[in-house]
Design a protein. Structure first.
Length: 273
């Protein structure tokens, strides 16, 4: 019960890692505002919770909206303020792929959308939530941003995605330094290859774009293969959404009061070889 009565806003909560994070927070007593643009998947989330953790002590408060939409961002923060008065935990998990698109094929529309979901909207939402996050009495408030191992090196994801994931590391470090004396901790979790619906979600959004259109780039070399979740022999190396939810909750845990400005990489060893 690390999060009993804590107010948590989870952005990108319907599928994948956000979904797993919401469930973990509910199991440990949080009041969770679950923000996502997929109304269908949010209905599924509520059904899954009723099925998988019916006795979870926390409460689920779904909010449908697109995080790139100013009104939706303002709406969810107003809802939190009016309903709960403040936020203890802000988890920015939402993200989108660029379908591994290299720079020479990345048009403005793809670049702008990927940068908006992965970086710009993270900045704007967190900035606008700061009045509720700063100067908490007692344990610090927390922001956790989900980055990627693609924010640590080039990898085989596309130009927009890799750029966006490098950028959120800078965002997190700047926030951590700016507000560490105002009782706010900011940390980043960098997943490796995780079994989620991120590729399907991106393909649904961009049905006419090619996937992994690398134009001769080597995807199936030793490092490239790992980015698809397998080692050089083709063995599965993918992690589960729960592995990332655990790391997010580790960052949020009040017991880790000195953890601030950290990057926690959860990748089954990928970046160590
Ligand atoms: N899956 C992986 O292998 C992997 C690896 C490294 C990093 N990541 C990062 O992890 C995070 C979570 O990804 P995931 O794999 O769980 O993906 P996912 O697609 O399964 O879940 C992402 C969630 O974010 C929501 N979302 C996307 N755009 C949104 C928007 N504009 N407004 C509101 N909600 C929006 C989606 O509806 C979805 O519920 C992302 O930041 C992603 O870049 C994923």
């Amino acid at each position: 019960m690390r999060f009993e009565n804590k107010v948590a806003l989870v952005v990108g909560s319907a599928c994948g890692m956000g979904n797993a994070t919401v469930k973990q927070l509910l199991r440990e007593g949080a009041r969770v505002v679950a923000f996502d643009n997929r109304a269908d998947a949010m209905d599924d989330l509520a059904d899954e919770i009723a099925d998988e953790c019916p006795d979870a002590p926390g409460t689920l408060d779904p909010f449908i909206g697109d995080v790139t939409d100013k009104e939706a961002r303002e709406g969810v923060l107003a809802h939190v303020r009016e309903t709960y008065g403040s936020i203890d935990e802000l988890c920015y998990v939402a993200g989108t792929l660029d379908l591994m698109c290299p720079a020479h094929k990345c048009d403005d529309e793809l670049w702008d959308y990927v940068m908006d979901v992965n970086v710009t909207s993270a900045f704007k939402l967190i900035r606008d939530a700061l009045p509720m996050l700063l100067d908490h009495e007692g344990p610090a408030a927390n922001v956790v941003i989900v980055g990627s191992v693609g924010g640590l090196f080039g990898s085989t994801a596309g130009t927009a995605y890799i750029t966006s994931k490098h950028a959120v590391l800078g965002l997190a470090k700047s926030l951590a330094w700016s507000y560490h004396l105002r009782n706010l901790r900011v940390n980043v979790v960098n997943p490796g290859a995780i079994m989620t619906s991120i590729l399907e979600n991106a393909m649904e959004r961009w049905p006419d774009r090619d996937i992994m259109d690398l134009d001769g780039n080597e995807l199936y070399n030793e490092k490239g293969a790992v980015s698809l979740g397998m080692d050089a022999e083709g063995n599965n190396m993918m992690g589960d959404a729960e592995d990332i939810a655990n790391a997010i909750c580790f960052c949020l845990d009040d017991a880790n009061k000195y953890l601030c400005g950290a990057e926690i990489t959860v990748d089954g060893g990928w970046t160590s070889f």
